[in-house]
Design a protein around this ligand. Structure first.
Ligand code: ZN
Length: 169
């Protein structure tokens, strides 16, 4: 009897993994860390459906780079905001409206519209920052999103990307 139970449990686990694989295969692909200061191969940008943009990486506002903004817009993708500066634990430190607005403004100056989605760097965010994001009508994307979507990073080594079975099918 115990053997049979174990077999059923194993079967359920295998089915769930398979289901997750299928969901990831058909759900929109995403790429994180899109910003002029981080090298990103165009073919990976083109393969992704959602681009997660860092507005002020390395103290360089994306809005200052008009040709980059134009290029990203020309790809015709869904764009979300990925942190403001992408500093380590950026949204574990409590931030205020002023901090958030600066990022929104840079994003808006670059692309001509306000971001509607937000994903914190390293998927780390404090409770008070969660309220700040949601209070400003930004949809917060967290772990569940990361699980059901294939997510890539701009600075991934191409060889490494090639070898990942689940990625870039
Ligand atoms: Zn990131």
């Amino acid at each position: 009897m115990i053997k049979k139970k174990l077999l059923i449990i194993l079967l359920v686990i295998v089915s769930l993994i398979f289901l997750l694989f299928i969901i990831r295969l058909i759900s929109p692909k995403e790429i994180d860390d899109v910003t002029p200061g981080i090298f990103c191969e165009t073919k990976y940008l083109e393969k992704s459906d959602i681009l997660w943009v860092i507005p002020d990486f390395d103290n360089t506002a994306i809005s200052e780079n008009a040709s980059w903004c134009k290029h990203i817009l020309s790809l015709n993708k869904t764009l979300g905001m990925h942190g403001i500066m992408h500093a380590y634990d950026e949204f574990l430190v409590d931030r205020n409206n002023e901090y958030l607005y600066r990022g929104i403004k840079i994003f808006e100056d670059c692309f001509g519209f306000r971001p509607e989605m937000f994903k914190p760097p390293q998927l780390k965010i404090s409770d008070s920052n969660t309220k700040l994001i949601e209070g400003n009508n930004l949809k917060l994307k967290m772990n569940f999103n990361q699980l059901v979507h294939k997510v890539y990073h701009c600075n991934d080594e191409p060889e490494f990307v090639k070898n990942k079975v689940i990625d870039w099918v």
